[in-house]
Design a protein around this ligand. Structure first.
Ligand code: FMN
Length: 384
């Protein structure tokens, strides 16, 4: 049984364990290495704790710099299926670059994963931002039209999962014949769809395709209106996506320990060349309309590139909201975030296996007392 859309007021997705570096551009030696057995251990910790889902990153190229973050990465469909066999209730998102796989492949693969995991599959649709990742596939990423193409891709995928008779598709980007898929997924009408976007184009896409929208939270004072804006745009398409934000946790018994640790790995041990490469590549595929408006994230990235404004934590991604402190501090921040209409966030640590157990042990019971999460039954009592 999936816990994706369970009753917890604040939900979590462990983000990035399939890639070396996880989501932290740091060269600290204890950084995440994406060792398979450690990935399984984290997946099982998440499963036991009732964490809603695991969210992998689809990557085909590292970020260079001193640590070459993401240079090592496991493919997301196959790793989700394998982790599904080692877990019982956590949701398993796959991340699909829609320029690399066809809607018919995705529909069949998602249905396979959904049956194999008793209804725990989810699809994170990504339209791409790094042209270098597409070169090994012989594909030129079209930044201007990537979301329009992605939306047509999603419409074909969704129609396939309706399960009707064979159909052909002639659109602006796809010309396909004989589309049909069987079996359909267990989750109906389809497994949850996620999209992550800050740009106007990206959000328009998400409003039409997503059940979960991931966005950034540069500044909490504007988050409530961001959530309202997103949900209003989605309402025009008959959707009400849950909004999640990106958070990175540094949680220690004392504030001093947490602050020293984050200073060590995200300042002293930052990998600035990796972040600069990320910023440059991302900006190179921005559409004309995004360039004009810009987003808070892109303004931060531009400042990084120009060297105008040093970032507080150069060893964290722009757009990743740092939550630093004791378990009580963490819960206080999460209460504030939940009060803005946000449904959940990413669980990101420098080293997931070293840091997640303490987080589960200390933060989860406090979240239960604060009404943000409910206790889960022990896995031994859960049907497989
Ligand atoms: C939670 C989350 C997960 C993402 N996963 C991936 C991924 O696995 N692969 C990828 O290439 N991009 C990924 N992205 C990047 C987005 O899909 C998107 O390309 C990027 O945020 C630029 O979006 P925008 O300029 O349209 O706002 C992710 C972003 C977020 C916030």
């Amino acid at each position: 049984m999936t816990t994706f859309f369970g009753d917890n007021r604040f939900k979590f997705g462990v983000f990035g364990i399939n890639c070396a570096g996880g989501m932290t551009p740091s060269r600290a030696p204890e950084r995440w290495r994406a060792d398979w057995n450690e990935m399984v251990a984290v997946a099982q910790l998440a499963d036991e704790a009732g964490i809603e889902f695991l969210l992998p990153i689809a990557k085909w190229h590292g970020l260079g710099g001193l640590a070459d973050m993401w240079g090592r990465s496991f493919e997301t469909f196959t790793q989700a299926a394998a982790l599904g066999a080692q877990t019982k209730r956590t949701g398993l998102f796959v991340t699909a670059h829609v320029s690399l796989i066809t809607p018919a492949f995705a529909a069949k693969a998602i249905a396979t994963l959904d049956h194999a995991t008793n209804g725990r599959a989810g699809l994170n649709i990504v339209c791409g931002w790094n042209p270098d990742e597409f070169k090994p596939h012989g594909i030129k990423l079209d930044g201007e039209h990537r979301y329009a193409r992605g939306l047509e891709w999603f419409k074909i995928y969704a129609k396939l999962l309706e399960g009707g008779p064979k159909f052909d598709w002639k659109g602006q980007y796809f010309d396909l014949e004989g589309l049909i898929t069987d079996p359909l997924p267990l989750q109906q009408p389809m497994p949850p769809v996620m999209s992550a976007a800050q740009s106007g184009d990206g959000q328009t896409f998400a409003a039409q395709a997503a059940d979960i929208l991931f966005t950034t939270m540069q500044d909490m004072s504007v988050t409530k209106s961001t959530v309202e804006h997103l949900q209003n745009s989605a309402a025009a398409f008959g959707r009400r996506p849950e909004v999640y934000v990106q958070t990175q946790f540094v949680c220690k018994p004392t504030r001093k320990e947490a602050e020293e640790y984050v200073h060590y790995y995200a300042v002293e041990m930052a990998d600035p060349d990796a972040v600069e490469y990320f910023a440059r590549q991302r900006r190179s595929t921005m559409s004309a309309s995004t360039k004009i408006g810009g987003t808070a994230l892109d303004r931060e990235l531009a400042a990084t590139l120009s060297g105008e404004k040093p970032r507080r934590f150069p060893g964290m991604f722009a757009g990743m909201y740092p939550v630093i402190g004791t378990p009580d501090d963490v819960v206080e921040v999460l209460q504030k975030v939940a009060s803005l209409g946000v449904s959940g966030s990413t669980l990101v640590f420098l080293n997931y296996l070293q840091e997640l157990p303490y987080f589960i042990q200390e933060v989860f019971p406090r979240m239960e007392r604060a009404g943000l999460r409910a206790a889960v039954p022990a896995l031994a009592n859960e049907p497989v």
